[in-house]
Design a protein around this ligand. Structure first.
Ligand SMILES: *Cc1c(COP(=O)(O)O)cnc(C)c1O
Length: 232
């Protein structure tokens, strides 16, 4: 595959540099921050180019689109990161290694049920609506502990941390609040919920997110360029 896609090489190089720099500035190690390629609207051959460059984690938002592309992908780990309807869990339960967007007990219960049926335990993150925005999914911060305590009862899911999409303006304020929530859950542990992953930071705020303790940044536009919604 000779590179028509060399812009991806350059973008990834820049992202790695920025993550490294942001990490260094706050005394963290770049290896502790995982870079996810968010694939929505991006053709599988371009995604595969990113995988060849060493990106080993894909983020999928939409069940239909994922299913239509999954077979064409080179081997990589896949996390589901989009809004997920309970009746769609069955389509992804076998092939993804983590569901980052769990924000209701109903959804958690269905993941647990289907994971058991397939003889596996599913890693999940709880999505937090840190900005209290109506248009977004996620659990309200003041309901989070109770929510996690309920999820922790389910034996076929493993709670690994938190995910958020902060409001685009003042994102540093919200990133800071997420860090506080995450640290509090780590320091005042809920039995059955290990805080290992703090998934936050997108193209416009990933360097900021690293400063606030993110362990996984999810990058679409910054890696693949502006999305073209006319193609799927
Ligand atoms: C689209 C998307 C991203 C990536 O957004 P960019 O701004 O393109 O980097 C990250 N996380 C989620 C949940 C998304 O839907």
């Amino acid at each position: 595959m000779e590179s028509n896609y060399s812009y991806v090489d350059e973008n990834l190089k820049l992202i790695r540099e920025n993550v490294g720099e942001a990490a260094e500035k706050c005394g963290r190690k770049a290896e502790d921050i995982r870079i996810m390629a968010v694939t929505k609207t991006v053709a599988p051959e371009i995604v595969n180019h990113a995988i060849e460059l060493g990106l080993d984690l894909l983020g999928e938002n939409r069940v239909q689109e994922y299913l239509s592309k999954a077979e064409a992908y080179s081997p990589a780990e896949v996390h589901f990161i989009g809004g997920l309807q309970t009746n769609k869990v069955k389509y992804i339960i076998k092939s993804v290694s983590m569901i980052q967007s769990v924000d209701s007990l109903k959804l958690g219960t269905e993941i647990d049920r289907l994971a058991a049926k397939h003889g596996r335990v599913m890693d999940i993150l709880c999505e937090v609506n840190i900005g209290g925005e109506e248009s977004k999914g996620g659990v309200a911060p003041d309901k989070l502990r109770e929510f996690i305590a309920q999820l922790a009862q389910l034996k076929n899911i493993r709670i690994k941390g938190l995910m958020t999409i902060p409001p685009p303006s003042q994102s540093d304020v919200f990133l800071g609040r997420m860090q506080e929530l995450y640290n509090d859950l780590r320091d005042n542990k809920i039995e059955g919920a290990d805080m290992q992953v703090l998934s936050m930071g997108m193209t416009h705020d990933y360097a900021e997110a690293v400063k606030y303790g993110s362990t996984l940044v999810r990058i679409g536009t910054g890696l693949f360029g502006a999305r073209d919604y006319s193609r799927k």
